[in-house]
Design a protein around this ligand. Structure first.
Ligand SMILES: C[S@@+](CC[C@H](N)C(=O)[O-])C[C@H]1O[C@@H](n2cnc3c(N)ncnc32)[C@H](O)[C@@H]1O
Length: 170
């Protein structure tokens, strides 16, 4: 199975899947994150193709994937047009019957305040879609297989409500 992770951070999920036998390509716009990810993969003896790449570059990316996922990343795209452009890129990169999983912070919680755009403690703008909004937007681009809330362990003793969206290419 060919897998693409977007916003992979230090690569833990990508490494896990590669060690399960998947062919994994993982991208993140942060050079520092990718440097750590490469070191982590070496330590775990995982074969992952890591690349410094921003989500806005995905529309020029080649290849097809059976599974694409973003984990705690999508909320970082705060512009609604960019979010839709991102979904169009994901759709193009999915092979036939390809699956897309997205897990982002949910606007149904009051984590970091209220409303769609909230500011983190370090001053980063974050987008909070409610589950209803996610169903409406994802439904424009994908067939939704499962849409529900989950709780994400964010720090020790701190769980955050998230939207879990498992979809299939139409
Ligand atoms: C909250 S972290 C999540 C990292 C990883 N998925 C995890 O769960 O540990 C969000 C990641 O998105 C990356 N990111 C932010 N803006 C991005 C962009 N425009 N394109 C690609 N990655 C981006 C950040 O560098 C960061 O590594």
């Amino acid at each position: 199975m060919r897998v693409l992770e977007v916003g992979c951070g230090e690569g833990h999920q990508a490494i896990y899947l590669a060690n399960k036998g998947m062919i994994v390509h993982a991208v993140d716009s942060s050079q520092k994150a990718i440097k750590y990810a490469i070191e982590n993969a070496k330590t775990s003896r995982a074969d992952v193709e890591f690349e410094v790449k921003g989500h806005h570059e995905l529309d020029r990316m080649k290849g097809k994937f059976d599974f694409i996922f973003d984990w705690r990343f999508l909320q970082e795209i705060t512009d609604e047009d960019m979010r839709e452009r991102f979904f169009i890129s994901i759709n193009r990169l999915l092979g036939p019957k390809g699956k897309y999983l997205s897990v982002e912070f949910s606007g149904d919680s009051d984590f970091m305040g209220n409303g769609k755009l909230r500011t983190s403690s370090v001053g980063i703008k974050i987008y909070f879609a409610t589950l209803e909004e996610s169903k409406r937007i994802f439904g424009k681009y994908f067939r939704i297989i499962e849409a529900r809330h989950i709780t994400l362990p964010q720090k020790p003793n701190m769980n955050i409500l998230a939207n879990y969206m498992l979809c299939e290419r139409i």
